[in-house]
Design a protein. Structure first.
Lengths: 350, 523
């Protein structure tokens, strides 16, 4: 082959390559379309089959406006994004959808107060959830954090169900529990705060010193923890009571939520208002979120319980066990930080 | 003229290096300089100790195994040719290209409770991390060692033999000094991989208290309460851990005075000729052995069920991931070429530029999370990561893979054929013709191999893309995580399988091409 032919061949290949690169890159670099309402939310809400794709078209039709949803991965990334927006002196989002109470407390400075205003549908929210919502937080859905057990693995390992936290320290549970790292996972943090809520500080530390030999692994996130559980690596995983509903709907009754004597921590997700520029649109969206039309979609799209009273639940959700006690943990950022430090020192035996 | 060109290239090199690495990182350090960083607190030092212990053990075991496997590989294939050679070399490189997220799933299928070797109880422990690291490091080191051994001039070996030296003396006086510099470079690469290993330590290690620098940085930057100060202290240690072995290797090299050694045109090495059949059989078995975790994972995934997800979702992600991986591979090759060219031209002009090696190495000592954060903050007006910044992804991945590219091309440059070049030049050929005819044939295989390896690394990368990709078009690795989050386990298994085939296949293709191409040339 001559040098010229080689160069020609190389050029043709290179041009094809550039085309390929361009094909993939252009849509990603395209400028975002303008919108009447910008919503920051999580990856799982926007994914196919999630709550976002189910409700945004409904709202767009209702208001005759355009909604733009921006996915931000998880709670940590949400606050980083709000901080980044603030540093650049721009306010992009009108509201945040799917935020949990812990992240809400941590990001208080970014959210707008409602003043005297309240959604008209507020009265339809369950009274307990109304009481538990901090000012400026619109409850959307809730659940309880709980251990999910796999009866098949329990049988294989000849284990009996734990009923209280101290049961998990028994030798039979050694390397039989999957938990999440509280520094990188919100449910994992929920576990630490739950233990803190039901134990004294000294008992908290000795509990985790004992528990560190019991877990099989401390996964970085709920997804990796649950994947290991589904692979039958351990009979217990820290998750939500609503995971039981998912398994029931998929013909797996052997995976169920375990209720503890100490009670279960409440996990509530909602919406927070960021930008006052589109006030009427935001208020309209808040009302929409509390409507029966949206609330009845929550169980099968977000796998959580709706906050609105009287919403008809799927059978799998009607069968969910009720917690023996509902535990409310502190959401104060400094207290949360202290607990994580205490947890860490317990792990290091200090 | 040469001095001017060297100067221009140096300016170009320093501009790019400064823009994508030094300036953003410096700005980040300065921005957080007000607070005191916990460089020497007990927690940090404990993490440093675990990181060094983990990496040291992984590298030591891998190196010992590589000595045996590498020499057997040379015994089996004294020259790089033939389909069997290409296949075996491809299989040996295969594990190095597998994304961490897939490798972890594979190891759980093998070592986990329901895995083939579940009864050993090794999963979620320090041992599991070491085993996983050895499984991708040892075959990679073996291939690199075998390449170095084949580069030894036959004449040198024959001369020592003719003087009555024993096989051990030949090994000690010829083989070891010849292969050590290249082998140590590869060992350094493996040290970098192991000490910055993320997914394997995070999941297979069982979580805290087993924590290394990379996973500790992750936990400090992941949640809303960013602990930038703590992350920077850990990043400083991570840099030291990479820099010290690098400095030692270069010091050792200067003692060996191996730099710029010119080799004769390659001829088959005469180090081992006997018992070739047994060696080939051993290599065939060994090359499949390293694939055991992946075979176990494929088997268990098929048993548990694999389902192809909605086409519009994964095809778009695949297209985006492939485009990014191609672009990153192109950029890395270009950056590495500029770096090596700057070195060569400067040396021709009589200017010593030892700083290039050091500057290019530095990005491999910095966590992707730290560098990503630095880039995001420094280029905040132009890069909006959460909107999905393709420029951000390209800059971050290319910078992190630049050291790998430089080391690959630099190894070829160190053995340039100066006398042949001078002869052809004296016959009236231009510099370009000399390069095309003499040097390019030596470069094209390593370049292709580098291209495919970088392509594989980029395609399977989770850490950098999770910082800068948009939700509307997630890369394949993020789509996999998203589907896992939604209980779509069977569809996620399909994505993982796709990544395994694409990444492993690309790296194996690069290594295999090495052998096939040589055969074509010889014929």
């Amino acid at each position: 082959m001559t040098t010229v032919a080689r160069i020609l061949k190389f050029k043709t290949g290179f041009a094809l390559l550039l085309l390929l690169v361009g094909w993939g890159a252009v849509p990603c670099m395209a400028a975002p379309a303008s919108a009447d309402l910008v919503v920051y939310t999580y990856d799982s809400i926007l994914a196919q089959g999630g709550l976002g794709p189910a409700i945004f078209p409904l709202f767009e039709k209702k208001c005759g406006c355009r909604v733009r949803a921006v996915s931000l991965g998880d709670g940590g990334q949400l606050l980083s994004r709000l901080e980044s927006d603030r540093r650049q002196g721009k306010v992009v989002a009108d509201l945040v959808l799917g935020i949990d109470t812990l992240t809400f407390a941590q990001g208080q400075g970014y959210f707008q107060s409602w003043g005297k205003w309240k959604p008209k549908s507020w009265k339809w929210i369950r009274s307990d959830r109304q009481r538990e919502a901090a000012p400026g937080f619109l409850p959307l859905d809730f659940g309880y954090l709980a251990f999910i057990a796999d009866s098949e693995v329990m049988k294989r390992e000849r284990l009996s169900l734990p009923t209280k936290l101290s049961d998990l320290l028994a030798p039979q549970w050694r390397r039989n529990i999957i938990l999440e790292d509280p520094r990188t996972s919100l449910p994992g943090l929920g576990f630490v705060l739950w233990v803190d809520s039901v134990m004294s500080p000294s008992a908290f530390q000795s509990y985790f010193t004992g528990l560190k030999t019991q877990w099989l692994t401390l996964a970085p996130g709920w997804d990796s923890a649950y994947q290991l559980f589904l692979k039958k690596e351990a009979p217990l995983v820290w998750s939500y009571t609503t995971s039981q509903a998912y398994h029931q709907e998929h013909g797996e009754p052997g995976r169920f939520a375990v209720m503890f004597d100490e009670g279960q921590p409440l996990w509530m997700e909602g919406t927070a208002w960021v930008n006052t520029a589109h006030e009427s649109r935001v208020k309209e969206f808040f009302e929409f979120l509390l409507s029966e039309e949206v609330q009845k979609l929550i169980p099968r799209t977000n796998w959580m319980l709706p906050v609105r009273k009287g919403v008809k639940l799927p059978v799998s959700f009607q069968n969910l066990p009720e917690p023996k006690k509902v535990i409310h943990f502190s959401t104060s950022p400094s207290e949360v930080d202290d607990r994580v430090k205490l947890w860490k020192s317990a792990l290091q035996g200090r | 003229m040469e001095k001017r060109l060297a100067g221009s290239l140096s300016v170009l090199f320093l501009s790019v290096w400064g823009a994508v690495f030094a300036l953003p990182l410096l700005a980040l350090f300065l921005a957080s300089a007000q607070g005191s960083h916990p460089y020497f607190d007990a927690d940090t030092l404990h993490i440093v100790k675990i990181t060094m212990l983990q990496s040291g053990t992984s590298v030591a075991i891998s190196s010992i195994l590589a000595l045996g496997i590498g020499t057997t590989l040379v015994r089996a294939f004294p020259v790089e040719e033939g389909k069997t050679f290409a296949l075996i070399q491809g299989l040996l490189i295969f594990p190095a290209g597998i994304p961490g997220i897939v490798a972890v799933a594979a190891w759980i299928s093998l070592l986990g409770r329901t895995g083939w070797l579940g009864s050993l109880g090794l999963a979620y422990s320090f041992s599991a991390v070491i085993i996983a690291h050895v499984f991708f490091s040892a075959p990679y080191l073996s291939v690199q060692l075998s390449r170095a051994i084949r580069e030894i001039p036959r004449l040198q070996v024959e001369t020592v033999r003719s003087l009555g030296a024993s096989e051990f003396s030949v090994f000690k006086t010829v083989v070891v000094p010849s292969v050590l510099p290249a082998f140590l470079e590869s060992v350094l690469q493996v040290w970098i991989w192991c000490s910055t290993s993320f997914g394997v330590v995070l999941i297979l290690g069982g979580g805290p208290p087993l924590e290394t620098l990379e996973t500790a940085i992750f936990s400090r930057l992941r949640m809303g309460s960013l602990d930038v100060s703590g992350a920077l202290a850990l990043a400083f240690w991570q840099f030291l851990i990479i820099f010290i072995p690098f400095a030692l290797i270069h010091f050792f090299r200067s003692l060996q005075n191996q730099r710029g050694t010119e080799v004769e045109p390659k001829v088959p090495s005469g180090i081992a000729e006997a018992k070739r059949g047994a060696a080939i059989w051993a290599m065939k078995s060994l090359s499949v052995f390293w694939l055991l975790p992946y075979l176990a994972w494929i088997t268990s995934s098929v048993r548990d069920g694999i389902r192809v997800g909605p086409r519009q979702e994964w095809v778009a992600s695949l297209g985006f991931s492939v485009s990014v991986a191609f672009s990153v591979a192109l950029i890395v090759v270009a950056l590495s070429a500029v770096s090596v060219l700057t070195k060569i031209v400067s040396e021709f002009a009589g200017i010593k530029v030892p700083w290039i090696d050091l500057l290019v190495l530095l990005p491999s000592g910095v966590s992707s999370l730290v560098l990503g954060m630095a880039l995001i903050q420094f280029y905040a007006p132009w890069i909006d990561p959460l909107e999905g910044s393709i420029l951000g992804i390209l800059a971050l991945q290319s910078t992190l893979l630049w050291p790998l590219g430089f080391r690959t091309l630099n190894a070829v440059a160190l053995q340039r054929q100066t006398s042949l070049w001078n002869v052809v030049r004296s016959l009236g050929a231009s510099d370009w013709q000399c390069f095309w005819q003499i040097e390019w044939p030596r470069y094209k295989k390593p370049v292709f191999s580098l291209f495919t390896l970088v392509f594989a690394f980029s395609l399977g990368d989770v850490a950098t893309v999770s910082l800068m990709s948009s939700a509307e078009r997630p890369p394949l690795a993020l789509l996999l995580l998203r589907w896992l989050n939604q209980y779509r386990i069977e569809e996620a298994a399909f994505i993982a399988l796709l990544l395994l085939l694409l990444c492993g296949g690309a790296s194996a293709l690069g290594a295999g091409h090495w052998g096939r191409n040589l055969r074509k040339e010889r014929s």
